[in-house]
Design a protein around this ligand. Structure first.
Ligand code: ZN
Length: 300
C-alpha cells in the first residue's frame, strides 16, 4: 500500500490523518488550531495526534512515504515556511517543514491550502479531469486554487494569489486584511456566523438542514455573495469547472443553489453557459487528500 501522512492547518481547526490509495482516509482526527504567538504548541499537538496513527498504519510493514501539509497562506519559494496570512500570524515565517520533520522523523512537504484542496478535487473529486479548474475553499478565510491543463497556477505566493481579497463591496464589512468588502469578508465562517446571530457554522448548517428559516436565509445570503465573487473571478481564469469546498460548503445545495442563481445573474452572458459550479466530494476533508497527494501523486 502507498501511504502518506496528511495535515491540514486551518485558522480554527487542524486536521491530521493517514491517506492510502490516493483518496482513502485510513485514520483521521481534528484538533483545535492554537492561535497564540508561539507556534510550538500547535506543532507539538499535531505530532502527538499523528504519531499513533503513523504507528498503526505502518505496523503491518507498510512504509509511509512522508507527511504532506496543507497550510493557509502564501508559501516561500522553497516551500519551507508560510510567509503571509492574517488568520494564522503565529506561523508566518516559522520553519514549519523542518519542525515537522524533526518531530516525526519523516519527510515533509508543504502546500498552500487552496492548492491542496483543488488538487484533491482534480485527482479524485468533483473536478476530476477538468481542463481549467478553479477551486475555492470557504473556512475561516476564503482561498482559491487554479489548475490549468494539469498544472497548478503558482504566480503569486506559490498559488493563484489571494483570491479571497478581491473587493466586491467597498462599503462592506472590514476584512481580516484591513480592506472593506472583500469576498472573504462576505463569504467565510465569520461572515456566515454573523448573519446567523453568532451561531457556529456547524450549528447553522444543521439548523438549515432541519428547516430553520433564519439559518437558510444566512446561507442563501452567503451563497448570493459567493455567486458575485465567482462571477468576478471567472474572467480572470476562465474555468470550465468551479468546485466549492471547505467547512462552509458542507452546507451543500443550501449554499450552492443561491450561488449558482447569483452567478447566472452577474456573470457576463457568454461565460454563463459553460461553467459548472459543484460542491466538494470530500465533506470538508479535501485538504487532507490534497496534502497526501504531495507524496502520493504530486502535480507540477
Ligand atoms: Zn481582504
Amino acid at each position: 500500500m502507498r501511504l502518506a501522512g496528511a495535515i491540514d492547518i486551518g485558522g480554527t481547526s487542524t486536521k491530521v490523518g493517514i491517506v492510502v490509495d490516493g483518496d482513502r482516509l485510513l485514520h483521521r482526527a481534528r484538533i483545535p488550531t492554537t492561535r497564540d504567538g508561539d507556534p510550538a504548541p500547535l506543532v507539538d499537538g499535531i505530532a502527538a495526534a499523528l504519531r499513533p496513527m503513523v504507528g498503526a498504519a505502518t505496523s503491518g510493514g507498510d512504509t509511509l512515504l512522508g507527511v504532506g501539509v496543507s497550510v493557509a497562506g502564501f508559501l516561500d519559494r522553497e516551500h519551507g515556511a508560510m510567509v503571509e496570512n492574517a488568520n494564522l500570524p503565529a506561523l508566518c515565517g516559522f520553519p514549519l517543514r523542518s519542525a515537522i520533520e524533526e518531530r516525526l522523523a519523516l519527510a515533509c512537504r508543504l502546500e498552500v491550502d487552496s492548492n491542496a484542496s483543488v488538487v484533491a478535487e482534480y485527482l479524485h473529486g468533483a473536478g476530476r479531469g477538468a481542463a481549467r479548474l478553479l477551486g475555492v475553499t470557504i473556512g475561516t478565510g476564503l482561498g482559491g486554487g487554479v489548475i490549468i491543463d494539469g498544472a497548478l497556477l503558482r504566480h503569486t505566493g506559490e498559488c493563484a494569489g489571494d483570491l479571497g481579497h478581491i473587493i466586491l463591496d467597498p462599503k462592506g464589512p472590514r476584512c481580516s486584511c484591513g480592506a472593506h468588502g472583500c469576498l472573504e469578508a462576505l463569504v467565510s465562517s465569520p461572515a456566515l456566523s454573523y448573519r446567523a446571530g453568532g451561531r457556529k457554522v456547524r450549528e447553522i448548517i444543521a439548523a438549515a438542514k432541519a428547516g430553520d428559516a433564519s439559518a437558510v436565509t444566512a446561507l442563501a445570503e452567503t451563497g448570493w455573495w459567493l455567486g458575485v465573487g465567482l462571477a468576478s473571478l471567472t474572467p480572470l481564469f476562465a474555468p470550465d469547472t468551479i468546485v466549492v469546498g471547505g467547512g462552509v460548503a458542507t452546507a451543500g445545495e443550501l449554499l450552492l443553489e443561491p450561488a449558482r442563481a447569483s452567478y447566472q445573474a452577474h456573470a457576463a452572458p457568454e461565460l454563463h453557459r459553460t461553467v459548472r459550479i459543484v460542491g466538494s466530494s470530500f465533506d470538508g476533508w479535501e485538504g487532507l487528500i490534497g496534502a497526501a497527494s504531495l507524496f502520493l501523486h504530486p502535480l507540477p
